[in-house]
Design a protein around this ligand. Structure first.
Ligand code: FAD
Length: 318
């Protein structure tokens, strides 16, 4: 079932959902199931599975020459989605990127999803590869998530890349896109970012999931601005509980988000990660409760591969 249908059917009740990462290459699928199993108690209507593009690894050879190797540390997004739908009978949402994909790759990826009975996708641009500063699309790929959204929507209308295909079947994907309450790091302003967010909706996206934020006010203001710009689709808040002291610096660096001073003070006071984790859980519970009160359709949690703190939060909140 589509995300938008799940929201309509819930009739205003806030639902619980979460995102997982495919296992590192070499690990088996059981590690993923072990994380998902406890969270099924909270009846998620869907589970998101992230997509991880290739990275470049440089290795010095005995000759002194440098060898550049392309590796993918977390393959398996489509396989994990199929496994989740099969094991839990819950919708799995694969993330799909512009980065690393030609339009042809994208089309073939979508055909696989369609054949597997997956009818939701999260359309993203992806970041630059780790060793590069700026995002570069494939020569025959998309530069922005709005272009990717267009291609998915074309397929929903039976329009494939090969114009000579006759009577081609239509897919029926519900398309989600990313939104940034504190603006995307490359956007010159929040207004500019929202302008391009609107473009993704115009091209066919029907819901938005936000980047993590730690101050609900940022989310409320973002939603207000989006609504003022005529964006009417559901805006699902994404939440991540802090779980280590190091994340005080890591999360702003990696995700370009601010942390509220009160949270920083509490984390700094912690003598170890165990205490920091408890502070993170408490903070996220309070955020969740306020967002539910405000009537958000879903709370979407970033598990980042570990679910025990999400479980503790959901147990208190749902
Ligand atoms: P876009 O919407 O394409 O925007 C990128 C930037 O370009 C923005 O600054 C925007 O304002 C600007 N822009 C857009 N269109 C135009 C235009 N026409 N002209 C000029 N500027 C424009 N990354 C992964 O690698 N894998 C994942 O699974 C993944 N999942 C994510 C899930 C969520 C909910 C979120 C919020 C992010 C996720 N990301 C993931 C990270 C995401 O790929 C990065 O944040 C990426 O840098 C931007 O992706 P986007 O889809 O928002 O890009």
């Amino acid at each position: 079932m589509k995300v938008t249908e799940h929201i309509t059917r819930a009739k205003g009740k806030t639902q619980f959902s979460f995102e997982i990462l495919p296992p590192l290459k070499g690990q088996n699928v059981q590690s993923i199931f072990d994380n998902i199993d406890p969270l099924m108690e909270f009846k998620p209507p869907f589970i998101d599975v992230t997509y991880h593009r290739e990275e470049y690894v440089y290795k010095e050879l005995e000759s002194g020459l440098i060898e550049k190797k392309i590796v993918r540390k977390r393959p398996g997004t489509v396989g994990i989605c199929a496994a989740i739908q099969n094991k839990y009978s819950v919708d799995a949402i694969p993330h799909i990127l512009c980065g690393g994909f030609t339009k042809e790759d994208t089309e073939n990826f979508l055909i696989d999803l369609d054949f597997l009975g997956i009818d939701n996708v999260m359309a993203l641009r992806g970041d630059a590869v780790k060793s590069e500063t700026y995002f570069k699309s494939e020569k025959e790929g998309h530069k922005f998530a709005s272009e990717l959204t267009s291609q998915i929507q074309d397929l929903n209308n039976g329009i494939y890349l090969d114009e000579e295909l006759q009577n081609s079947s239509k897919t029926d994907f519900c398309i989600g896109v990313a939104g940034y309450p504190e603006k995307h790091m490359e956007a010159p302003s929040l207004d500019s970012d929202i302008h391009f967010l609107k473009k993704k909706i115009k091209k066919g996206a029907t819901y938005i999931v936000t980047q993590m934020f730690f101050d609900n006010q940022k989310y409320f203001e973002f939603v207000k601005k989006c609504r003022a710009e005529g964006i009417t689709v559901p805006i699902i808040p994404g939440l991540k509980p802090i779980s280590t002291k190091k994340q005080l610096n890591l999360l702003p660096h990696r995700f370009h988000v601010d942390l509220p001073q009160d949270l920083i003070i509490e984390i700094v006071k912690c003598k170890d990660n165990k205490e920091a984790r408890e502070v993170g859980i408490e903070w996220c519970i309070n955020q969740s409760r306020e967002l539910i009160k405000a009537g958000v359709p879903l709370l979407h949690y970033y598990s980042m591969g570990k679910s025990s703190n999400i479980y503790q939060i959901a147990k208190k909140v749902f």
